[in-house]
Ligand binder design. Structure first.
Ligand code: HAM
Length: 421
């Protein structure tokens, strides 16, 4: 392909999806490495679930009235006539896996993490993609509000390690089965009164789940929602106590937070704690991560009565504000002259790679000048020179590109130099 060639339109990447190329992928790897390292320090283990799930899993889990289920799922019928969905989020998959494998009967703590692609059919814009990536963590079987705080503290620690300096932590409680119905009723009554000021979508939400009106981005709906009653005035004793304990533990961790009474989040399963960490540098799609407690999902799926809490971080959004400087690779370029030197060079490369040295070998007949030109372009740290002379002597030339220093030595001597010993 020539430089300005591009694939035929029908072969181009799908709108809302992106290739992550070398040069950029190193930042992704750094984020993944730091996330893994952080979560494992808190006793989390990786759990990998499939990308494809039965559509009912999200209808039941994410919730029939959420925007995700009503508008955004990639759902199709497979050749067996079954309705499948590319996961729009990860939480229901983890709950399903626990029930399916009876992980609740294992002695290990139920703390899981995962990183991977999710799919939502929304209008692509800055920070919003159709295939995007989440780092997700979930904890099960911990009722204590201390775990809610620990989860938020862990998210905060990871963001700090990633160099995300400016961030704001928002927390709220959305109540539980006991107190939410009265709140929903009060909201419904209010929404009915203001029905004419709501968009058609929210008019429908006023009937099905008025809580979801808080998620609407239409300005007039947001104005109406600002006058709605607040959940705080409806919380039961247990939810108030849980929320107060959460705030105490957050204080103990010295996490600066703001209580945001309208933070209901766009998903139906939340009970008690909800939270988000937002960035002022991201524009409209400002949530770096969001999560909360979901104490009823496992039971509603037909599993044991085990509570859960977790969050998911949007990797694209975090990378847009993270300060990551992945270490520069130090590679060695093999410059060989002729067929015999090529054979000897390949043996050398094999030896060096077996000893942890990254070697670039390109199978092109090049003269020495062209080799050096290419090594420069590739920003190789070293050039290893293998010609007839070198083969005869069993000593090879090694040039350090940054300094111009050139030495010769046996393969073992060169390995010592390359390792900086
Ligand atoms: P969510 O708020 O839907 O929650 O998504 C979590 C994060 O994923 C968002 O804060 C954002 O950073 C990122 N994100 C969501 N949609 C997109 C998109 N279209 N493009 C780019 N980034 C996006 C959940 O998914 C819940 N499962 C979180 C959770 C885990 N709750 C309990 N456990």
């Amino acid at each position: 392909m020539t430089e300005d060639a591009s694939p035929k339109k029908e072969l181009a990447a799908i709108k809302g999806t992106k290739d992550i190329l070398p040069g950029e992928v190193e930042k992704w790897q750094a984020l993944e490495g730091l996330a893994r390292e952080t979560f494992e320090l808190y006793g989390y283990r990786e759990l990998r679930a499939p990308l494809l799930e039965a559509t009912e899993l999200f209808e039941k889990g994410t919730g029939e009235t959420s925007d995700i289920v009503t508008k955004e799922m990639y759902t199709f019928t497979d050749k067996g006539g079954r309705s499948l969905t590319l996961r729009p989020e990860y939480t229901p998959s983890v709950v399903r896996a626990i029930i399916e494998h009876r992980l609740d009967l294992q002695p290990e703590p139920m703390r899981y993490y995962y990183m991977g692609p999710m799919f939502r059919y929304d209008k692509p814009q800055k920070g919003r993609y159709r295939q995007f990536h989440q780092v997700d963590i979930e904890v099960f079987g911990e009722k204590d509000a201390a775990v809610d705080a620990e989860v938020i503290e862990m998210a905060d620690t990871l963001l700090r390690k990633l160099g995300v300096e400016e961030r704001e932590t928002l927390v709220n409680s959305v109540g539980c089965r006991a107190c939410r119905p009265a709140y929903s009723q009060a909201l419904r009554a209010e929404a009915q009164k203001r029905k004419n000021d709501l968009c058609p979508d929210c008019q429908r939400k006023a009937e099905t789940n008025p809580l979801r009106i808080f998620d609407c981005k239409v300005e007039s709906c947001q104005t109406v929602a600002r006058s709605f009653p607040l959940i705080q005035d409806f919380l039961c004793g247990e939810c108030i106590s849980h929320f107060n304990k959460l705030l105490l533990f957050l204080n103990q961790y010295r996490i600066i937070y703001r209580v945001e009474p309208r933070l209901v989040r766009g998903i139906d399963y939340y009970t008690k704690t909800t939270f988000e960490i937002v960035s002022g540098h991201l524009g409209a799609q400002n949530a770096l991560l969001g999560g909360g407690r979901y104490d009823d999902m496992m039971k509603e799926f037909g599993g044991p009565d085990i509570c859960g809490i977790g969050f998911a971080m949007g990797m694209e959004r975090v990378l847009a504000v993270a300060e990551l400087a992945p270490a520069k690779r130090k590679s060695l370029y093999l410059a060989y002259l002729g067929e015999e030197a090529k054979k000897a060079g390949l043996e050398l490369a094999r030896f060096l790679r077996a000893n942890g040295v990254e070697c670039l070998v390109e199978f092109k007949d090049r003269g020495m000048k062209a080799h050096f030109g290419r090594a420069n372009k590739l920003e190789a740290a070293w050039v290893l020179i293998v010609g007839e002379d070198e083969m005869k002597k069993g000593r090879f030339g090694l040039k350090e590109m940054a300094t111009g220093r050139q030495v010769d030595g046996t393969r073992d001597e060169l390995l010592t130099i390359l390792r900086g010993e």
